[in-house]
Write a protein that binds this ligand. Structure first.
Ligand code: FES
Ligand SMILES: [Fe+2]
Length: 428
């Protein structure tokens, strides 16, 4: 896409116990990542519940490329490149809304929700060869939807959507299965953090259990769990981290929750009596036993490579901007048919993720400090050896698993990254 030969020897920059600092700072590497990971591979773009009605649209990006998600008159979800087919103007600038057509402000060409060209001023001078039917918006060539989560690839060919998600689709299932109707809803609006850090620090950090006791100490103190041993296997936390393959990773708290068997520990420890309608709806849908299990285990805390973070009762995704800038969006994960839960989930998101809260501001501050530290050239390597000697394949599910504070998930991310970037290099 850039015309630049893929010269970076990634195998000299990525080892299982260390990665090179230039991976976070080199503009050429950033461009190769856009070409290979974001503009060819599968990425998360949104959820079907964001465009529930005919005419609904939502503006997004795939990597650096602007797109529009629309629901057309035939109830189909379309992913259209947000570029006027005349001379390339950005067609849609609203974040979301409802429309019957998109009209380009530059010369007035208009397009339908399915991307087809609908009209233009002064058509007569275009010549006989001009066919409006050939001048529609470009469509994103491949779209994959699982439980309403929309993923897309800008490449016409390549790994199938099924192979991309692999076994990690059960993580999306685990979120949707907390709804009595089996569907999540994204409707509370997205909040945005723009910060000065490389995009890879987000997926790396989001399933990193090691930083929690330090970076989020203020939250642990405020919530009274600072001395509980949470996030510290040496103090008895049996939570695990897990490599799902394909760069997808998980920090699984369920083993800790199962020790006491109490429901809703992932939701401020609320009691089932406080959510009677939700409990009844879940039990009616799935039976008492299965519901009790889901209420103990809770939602997933996992990364779907490269840009979706299933942050328990939040959804987070991001766009890379440059080697040292990223924009992250987050919203509460709402559950269809569970208004009691949703009211509380929105409050919880404000408290945990909002600008005046703990988790995301703290992680963003750490990411920016990381980026600033990496301006120093030495030592050249970032150390990733934690837990290397004790991680093991779990006989139950065949997945590489380790203690909550180990860097197994970071290594899983980089292993997949190296595979993708090396394949791209050998193909170029
Ligand atoms: S660039 Fe859109 S109508 Fe001309
Ligand atoms: Fe964090």
């Amino acid at each position: 896409m850039t015309g630049r030969p893929k010269a970076t020897a990634y195998e000299n920059l990525i080892f299982k116990e260390k990665v090179h600092g230039s991976l976070y700072t080199d503009p050429a590497i950033f461009q190769e990542e856009m070409d290979t990971i974001f503009h060819k591979g599968w990425v998360f773009v949104g959820h079907t519940s964001e465009v529930p009605n005919i005419g609904d649209f939502s503006r997004r990006f795939i990597g650096r490329q602007p797109i529009i998600i629309t629901r057309d008159r035939d109830d189909n979800v379309n992913l259209l490149l947000n570029r006027c087919s005349h001379r390339g103007n950005l067609l849609c600038t609203r974040a979301s809304g409802n429309a019957s057509t998109f009209t380009c402000p530059y010369h007035g060409w208009s397009f339908g929700l399915d991307g087809g060209m609908r009209g233009m001023p002064m058509k007569v001078a275009m010549g006989d060869a001009f066919k409006p039917s050939e001048m529609g918006l470009a469509k994103v060539p491949r779209v994959g939807i699982h439980r309403g989560f929309i993923f897309a690839s800008l490449a016409k060919d390549g790994m199938s959507f099924d192979d991309y998600l692999g076994d990690a689709k059960v993580l999306l299932d685990r979120a949707a299965d907390l709804s009595p109707e089996g569907e999540i809803t994204i409707s509370a609006g997205w909040l945005k953090h723009r910060f000065k850090a490389n995009w890879k620090m987000l997926p790396e950090n989001n399933t990193d259990g090691y930083h929690v006791g330090s970076t989020h100490l203020s939250m642990l103190l405020a919530t009274g769990v600072a001395n509980s041993g949470a996030f510290n296997e040496e103090m008895g936390d049996p939570s695990v981290i897990r490599d799902w393959g394909g760069g997808h990773t998980e920090l699984d708290f369920a083993p800790r929750y199962r020790e006491s068997g109490r429901p809703f520990q992932w939701f401020g420890g609320t009691r089932p009596e406080k959510l009677p309608n939700y409990v009844a709806a879940m039990e009616a849908a799935y039976g008492k036993q299965e519901t009790a299990k889901r209420f103990v285990d809770g939602p997933p805390h996992a990364i779907i490579f490269p840009n979706l973070f299933l942050a328990e009762l939040n959804i987070t995704y991001f766009y890379p901007v440059s080697p040292n800038e990223v924009i992250q969006y987050y919203t509460p994960l709402l559950l269809k048919g569970a208004p009691e839960m949703n009211k509380r989930a929105i409050r919880q998101t404000e408290g945990a993720m909002g600008p005046g809260s703990f988790l995301l501001p703290e992680d963003a501050a750490m990411a920016e400090r990381n980026q600033l530290g990496l301006e120093a050239q030495y030592p050249e390597w970032l150390d990733l050896r934690r837990g290397l000697d004790r991680e093991a394949v779990d006989a139950e599910n065949g997945l590489l698993t380790s203690a909550v504070s180990d860097e197994t998930t970071n290594r899983a991310f980089w292993r997949h990254y190296l595979t993708l970037m090396s394949e791209a290099k050998s193909a170029s």
